[in-house]
Design a protein around this ligand. Structure first.
Ligand SMILES: [Mg+2]
Length: 173
């Protein structure tokens, strides 16, 4: 099988980094487990929302994300069994091209450059499965889709979901 895997909020914890930076910038104590739905910026006072929108433009933002739990081990096993490609929207934030490449070199060095698709729209991809946390990426994909749970997508319906990488392992390993 050819499997495409998104980076942000699938293998790299973008959501958590927004919370971490927000707490530093505004001396707050926002915690993931108190958020039930929505984007991080939707869970802070209106006067604080603009600063969250600037995070992705900061140098180093995409380089310093924590790996999502169990993603490294499961990705390595998946990579050995299937044709696995990273498919990440990177052209929106040009700095992220280099930073995402460096992040993969550190955390998932087994993924060769030929298997790293740093793109814009993902509907152009042709394969069996797309794993992503954004329904706007899944809705135009021709193959099977898996929606990776995130607080920002809890109200989206109509997609097969996974909450953890261990669930992905059960499906494809
Ligand atoms: Mg994503």
């Amino acid at each position: 099988m050819t499997i495409f895997v998104d980076m942000d909020d699938v293998i790299a914890d973008t959501y958590g980094k927004h919370i971490e930076l927000y707490n530093l910038e505004h001396k707050q104590d926002l915690k993931l487990n108190t958020i039930t739905s929505g984007e991080v910026w939707q869970n802070v006072p209106e006067t604080h929302q603009a600063s969250i929108g600037k995070h992705a433009y900061q140098l180093g933002f995409f380089r310093n994300l924590n790996p999502i739990k169990d993603s490294i081990q499961v990705m390595e096993a998946l990579y050995a069994k299937h044709e696995v490609y990273i498919a990440t929207a990177a052209t929106q934030f040009p700095n992220s091209l280099k930073e995402k490449s460096d992040w993969l070199d550190e955390h998932m060095p087994f993924i060769t450059w030929q298997h790293r698709i740093m793109c814009g729209d993902k509907f152009i991809l042709n394969g069996d499965v797309l794993i992503d946390d954004r329904t706007y990426n899944l809705e135009k994909f021709q193959g099977d889709t898996l929606l990776f749970n995130s607080p920002h997508n809890v109200n989206d319906s109509g997609y097969k979901r996974v909450a953890t990488w261990l669930e992905i392992a059960e499906l494809y390993l």
